[in-house]
Design a protein around this ligand. Structure first.
Ligand SMILES: [Zn+2]
Ligand SMILES: [Zn+2]
Length: 270
Protein backbone atom coordinates (compact mmCIF):
# COMPACT_ATOMS: atom_id res chain seq x y z
CA UNK A 1 0.00 0.00 0.00
CA UNK A 2 1.43 3.37 -0.96
CA UNK A 3 -0.48 5.37 1.67
CA UNK A 4 1.63 5.21 4.82
CA UNK A 5 -0.48 6.96 7.44
CA UNK A 6 -4.03 6.90 8.81
CA UNK A 7 -4.56 9.85 11.14
CA UNK A 8 -8.26 9.79 11.95
CA UNK A 9 -9.12 7.28 14.71
CA UNK A 10 -11.75 7.59 17.40
CA UNK A 11 -11.91 5.90 20.78
CA UNK A 12 -14.77 4.80 23.07
CA UNK A 13 -14.37 8.08 24.96
CA UNK A 14 -16.45 9.83 22.27
CA UNK A 15 -19.40 7.52 23.12
CA UNK A 16 -19.99 6.43 19.51
CA UNK A 17 -16.85 4.44 18.71
CA UNK A 18 -16.09 0.86 19.70
CA UNK A 19 -13.06 -1.25 20.49
CA UNK A 20 -9.87 -0.78 22.49
CA UNK A 21 -7.27 1.64 21.16
CA UNK A 22 -4.80 -1.25 20.91
CA UNK A 23 -7.04 -2.98 18.37
CA UNK A 24 -6.93 0.05 16.03
CA UNK A 25 -3.15 0.12 16.28
CA UNK A 26 -2.80 -3.59 15.65
CA UNK A 27 -5.03 -3.32 12.60
CA UNK A 28 -2.76 -0.53 11.34
CA UNK A 29 0.29 -2.73 11.83
CA UNK A 30 -1.42 -5.61 9.99
CA UNK A 31 -2.12 -3.27 7.07
CA UNK A 32 1.52 -2.22 6.92
CA UNK A 33 0.98 1.41 7.89
CA UNK A 34 3.98 3.35 9.17
CA UNK A 35 1.92 5.75 11.30
CA UNK A 36 -1.49 5.65 12.95
CA UNK A 37 -2.95 8.67 14.69
CA UNK A 38 -5.74 9.10 17.21
CA UNK A 39 -7.93 12.16 16.74
CA UNK A 40 -10.90 11.75 19.00
CA UNK A 41 -13.73 14.31 19.17
CA UNK A 42 -12.65 17.18 21.39
CA UNK A 43 -14.51 18.31 24.50
CA UNK A 44 -16.61 21.47 24.18
CA UNK A 45 -17.67 23.80 26.98
CA UNK A 46 -21.12 23.95 28.52
CA UNK A 47 -22.18 20.47 27.47
CA UNK A 48 -22.41 21.32 23.76
CA UNK A 49 -22.54 18.18 21.63
CA UNK A 50 -21.76 16.23 24.79
CA UNK A 51 -23.33 12.98 23.60
CA UNK A 52 -20.75 12.49 20.82
CA UNK A 53 -17.46 13.57 22.41
CA UNK A 54 -15.26 13.09 25.43
CA UNK A 55 -15.96 15.13 28.55
CA UNK A 56 -13.71 18.05 29.43
CA UNK A 57 -12.11 16.14 32.31
CA UNK A 58 -11.17 13.24 30.01
CA UNK A 59 -8.86 15.15 27.67
CA UNK A 60 -5.71 14.74 29.75
CA UNK A 61 -6.30 11.00 30.18
CA UNK A 62 -6.88 10.64 26.43
CA UNK A 63 -3.52 12.30 25.75
CA UNK A 64 -1.78 10.14 28.35
CA UNK A 65 -3.23 6.98 26.78
CA UNK A 66 -2.01 7.90 23.29
CA UNK A 67 1.48 8.76 24.55
CA UNK A 68 1.65 5.50 26.54
CA UNK A 69 0.63 3.50 23.45
CA UNK A 70 3.24 5.34 21.38
CA UNK A 71 5.90 3.87 23.68
CA UNK A 72 4.33 0.44 23.79
CA UNK A 73 4.25 0.09 20.00
CA UNK A 74 7.47 1.91 19.21
CA UNK A 75 9.37 -0.03 16.57
CA UNK A 76 6.21 -1.54 15.08
CA UNK A 77 4.30 1.63 14.16
CA UNK A 78 4.44 5.32 15.07
CA UNK A 79 1.38 6.32 17.13
CA UNK A 80 0.55 9.99 16.59
CA UNK A 81 -1.31 12.30 18.96
CA UNK A 82 -4.08 14.20 17.23
CA UNK A 83 -7.43 15.77 17.98
CA UNK A 84 -10.53 16.33 15.87
CA UNK A 85 -11.40 19.79 17.13
CA UNK A 86 -14.83 21.07 16.15
CA UNK A 87 -14.89 24.67 15.05
CA UNK A 88 -17.61 26.67 16.81
CA UNK A 89 -17.37 30.38 16.06
CA UNK A 90 -18.13 31.86 19.47
CA UNK A 91 -15.58 29.82 21.46
CA UNK A 92 -12.35 30.58 19.61
CA UNK A 93 -10.49 31.43 22.84
CA UNK A 94 -11.46 28.09 24.33
CA UNK A 95 -10.34 26.24 21.18
CA UNK A 96 -7.07 28.15 21.09
CA UNK A 97 -6.30 27.03 24.62
CA UNK A 98 -7.13 23.44 23.73
CA UNK A 99 -4.82 23.63 20.72
CA UNK A 100 -1.97 24.92 22.91
CA UNK A 101 -2.49 22.58 25.85
CA UNK A 102 -0.89 19.34 24.64
CA UNK A 103 1.94 18.27 22.31
CA UNK A 104 -0.34 17.47 19.39
CA UNK A 105 1.15 16.07 16.21
CA UNK A 106 -1.76 17.59 14.30
CA UNK A 107 -5.22 19.04 14.86
CA UNK A 108 -8.03 18.19 12.46
CA UNK A 109 -10.56 20.94 11.84
CA UNK A 110 -14.18 19.85 11.60
CA UNK A 111 -17.35 21.74 10.91
CA UNK A 112 -20.10 19.51 12.29
CA UNK A 113 -22.33 22.29 13.60
CA UNK A 114 -23.70 25.44 12.02
CA UNK A 115 -24.94 27.15 15.19
CA UNK A 116 -23.27 28.08 18.49
CA UNK A 117 -25.34 25.64 20.52
CA UNK A 118 -24.35 22.73 18.24
CA UNK A 119 -27.92 21.73 17.40
CA UNK A 120 -27.90 22.23 13.61
CA UNK A 121 -25.79 19.47 12.09
CA UNK A 122 -24.02 20.04 8.77
CA UNK A 123 -25.35 16.68 7.54
CA UNK A 124 -29.03 17.27 8.44
CA UNK A 125 -31.45 16.80 5.57
CA UNK A 126 -33.56 19.83 6.46
CA UNK A 127 -32.03 23.29 6.54
CA UNK A 128 -33.75 26.71 6.39
CA UNK A 129 -33.29 27.97 2.84
CA UNK A 130 -32.53 24.55 1.41
CA UNK A 131 -29.39 22.66 0.40
CA UNK A 132 -27.48 25.54 -1.23
CA UNK A 133 -27.97 27.66 1.91
CA UNK A 134 -26.72 24.72 3.94
CA UNK A 135 -23.54 24.47 1.86
CA UNK A 136 -23.08 28.26 2.02
CA UNK A 137 -23.31 28.32 5.82
CA UNK A 138 -21.06 25.29 6.10
CA UNK A 139 -18.29 26.62 3.86
CA UNK A 140 -18.45 30.10 5.44
CA UNK A 141 -17.80 28.41 8.79
CA UNK A 142 -14.91 26.44 7.28
CA UNK A 143 -13.30 29.61 5.89
CA UNK A 144 -13.42 31.18 9.35
CA UNK A 145 -11.99 28.00 10.84
CA UNK A 146 -8.90 27.76 8.64
CA UNK A 147 -7.64 31.27 9.39
CA UNK A 148 -7.55 30.71 13.16
CA UNK A 149 -4.17 28.95 12.93
CA UNK A 150 -5.43 26.22 15.26
CA UNK A 151 -5.70 23.57 12.56
CA UNK A 152 -3.38 21.50 10.36
CA UNK A 153 -5.93 20.01 8.00
CA UNK A 154 -9.64 20.02 7.32
CA UNK A 155 -11.84 16.96 7.93
CA UNK A 156 -14.44 15.59 5.50
CA UNK A 157 -14.49 18.69 3.28
CA UNK A 158 -17.93 18.19 1.70
CA UNK A 159 -19.71 16.63 4.67
CA UNK A 160 -23.13 18.18 3.81
CA UNK A 161 -23.46 15.69 0.95
CA UNK A 162 -24.28 13.16 3.69
CA UNK A 163 -27.61 15.00 3.96
CA UNK A 164 -28.63 13.34 0.70
CA UNK A 165 -28.04 16.58 -1.24
CA UNK A 166 -24.84 16.24 -3.29
CA UNK A 167 -23.16 19.53 -4.23
CA UNK A 168 -24.78 21.04 -7.33
CA UNK A 169 -23.35 23.49 -9.86
CA UNK A 170 -24.53 26.36 -7.65
CA UNK A 171 -22.24 25.07 -4.89
CA UNK A 172 -19.11 24.99 -7.10
CA UNK A 173 -18.14 28.66 -6.57
CA UNK A 174 -18.43 28.13 -2.80
CA UNK A 175 -16.12 25.14 -3.07
CA UNK A 176 -13.59 27.10 -5.11
CA UNK A 177 -13.67 30.06 -2.70
CA UNK A 178 -13.15 27.70 0.24
CA UNK A 179 -10.29 25.81 -1.42
CA UNK A 180 -8.60 29.17 -2.08
CA UNK A 181 -9.03 30.10 1.60
CA UNK A 182 -7.53 26.76 2.68
CA UNK A 183 -4.58 27.20 0.31
CA UNK A 184 -4.02 30.75 1.51
CA UNK A 185 -4.07 29.65 5.15
CA UNK A 186 -1.50 26.91 4.53
CA UNK A 187 -3.90 24.26 5.79
CA UNK A 188 -4.26 20.76 4.32
CA UNK A 189 -7.25 18.58 3.47
CA UNK A 190 -7.88 14.97 4.33
CA UNK A 191 -9.45 12.54 1.92
CA UNK A 192 -11.84 10.95 4.39
CA UNK A 193 -12.71 7.45 3.23
CA UNK A 194 -15.60 7.02 5.68
CA UNK A 195 -17.80 8.07 2.76
CA UNK A 196 -17.38 4.54 1.43
CA UNK A 197 -19.09 3.30 4.61
CA UNK A 198 -21.95 5.82 4.48
CA UNK A 199 -25.00 4.46 2.66
CA UNK A 200 -24.66 4.44 -1.11
CA UNK A 201 -22.37 7.50 -1.29
CA UNK A 202 -19.58 5.30 -2.68
CA UNK A 203 -16.93 8.03 -2.61
CA UNK A 204 -14.76 9.79 -0.07
CA UNK A 205 -15.14 13.28 1.39
CA UNK A 206 -14.33 15.15 -0.81
CA UNK A 207 -15.23 13.42 -4.07
CA UNK A 208 -12.83 13.04 -7.02
CA UNK A 209 -13.55 16.44 -8.67
CA UNK A 210 -12.57 18.37 -5.53
CA UNK A 211 -9.56 16.12 -4.97
CA UNK A 212 -8.41 16.85 -8.51
CA UNK A 213 -8.77 20.60 -7.97
CA UNK A 214 -6.90 20.39 -4.64
CA UNK A 215 -4.04 18.54 -6.37
CA UNK A 216 -3.88 21.21 -9.12
CA UNK A 217 -3.77 23.93 -6.46
CA UNK A 218 -1.07 22.18 -4.43
CA UNK A 219 -3.12 21.82 -1.26
CA UNK A 220 -1.48 19.24 1.05
CA UNK A 221 -3.46 15.99 1.14
CA UNK A 222 -3.63 13.04 3.52
CA UNK A 223 -5.86 9.96 3.38
CA UNK A 224 -7.74 9.01 6.55
CA UNK A 225 -10.40 6.45 7.42
CA UNK A 226 -12.22 8.28 10.25
CA UNK A 227 -12.44 4.92 12.02
CA UNK A 228 -15.01 4.41 14.74
CA UNK A 229 -14.17 0.67 14.97
CA UNK A 230 -10.87 -1.20 14.51
CA UNK A 231 -11.93 -2.98 11.31
CA UNK A 232 -12.46 0.42 9.64
CA UNK A 233 -8.76 1.34 9.71
CA UNK A 234 -7.50 1.83 6.17
CA UNK A 235 -10.99 1.82 4.61
CA UNK A 236 -10.69 1.89 0.78
CA UNK A 237 -7.01 2.90 0.90
CA UNK A 238 -6.11 0.72 -2.10
CA UNK A 239 -8.80 2.27 -4.30
CA UNK A 240 -7.93 5.74 -3.05
CA UNK A 241 -4.24 5.39 -3.81
CA UNK A 242 -5.17 4.28 -7.33
CA UNK A 243 -7.47 7.28 -7.72
CA UNK A 244 -4.77 9.64 -6.50
CA UNK A 245 -2.29 8.17 -8.94
CA UNK A 246 -4.78 8.58 -11.80
CA UNK A 247 -5.30 12.22 -10.80
CA UNK A 248 -1.57 12.90 -10.86
CA UNK A 249 -1.00 13.20 -7.11
CA UNK A 250 2.70 12.71 -6.41
CA UNK A 251 2.97 13.23 -2.67
CA UNK A 252 1.03 13.04 0.58
CA UNK A 253 1.46 14.94 3.83
CA UNK A 254 2.55 13.52 7.16
CA UNK A 255 2.55 15.35 10.47
CA UNK A 256 4.71 15.44 13.56
CA UNK A 257 4.61 18.07 16.29
CA UNK A 258 2.30 20.20 14.11
CA UNK A 259 4.92 20.30 11.38
CA UNK A 260 4.12 18.99 7.91
CA UNK A 261 6.38 16.97 5.67
CA UNK A 262 5.69 15.21 2.41
CA UNK A 263 6.46 11.71 1.25
CA UNK A 264 6.22 10.46 -2.32
CA UNK A 265 3.12 8.54 -3.31
CA UNK A 266 4.74 5.51 -4.86
CA UNK A 267 3.45 4.41 -8.20
CA UNK A 268 3.17 0.68 -8.61
CA UNK A 269 4.18 -0.71 -11.97
CA UNK A 270 1.85 -2.89 -14.07
ZN1 LIG B 1 -17.44 10.47 15.28
ZN1 LIG C 1 -13.80 11.83 12.96
Amino acid sequence: MSIRTDYHMHTPRCKHAAGPMEAYIERGIALGLEEIGFSDHNPLPGGRGASVRMDEDELDDYVADVLRLRERYRGDIMVRLGLEMDYVADIEDYLGEQAARHPWDYIIGSVHYLDPQCQQGAWHREYPGGPVALYAAYFACMRRMVVTGFYDFVAHFDLPKRSGHPPTEEVEPLIEETLQAILGAGVGIEINTSGFRHGDLNEAYPGPAVVQRAIEMGIPLSVNSDSHAPDQVGTAFTETSELLRDLGCERLARYEGRQREFYPLMTSVG
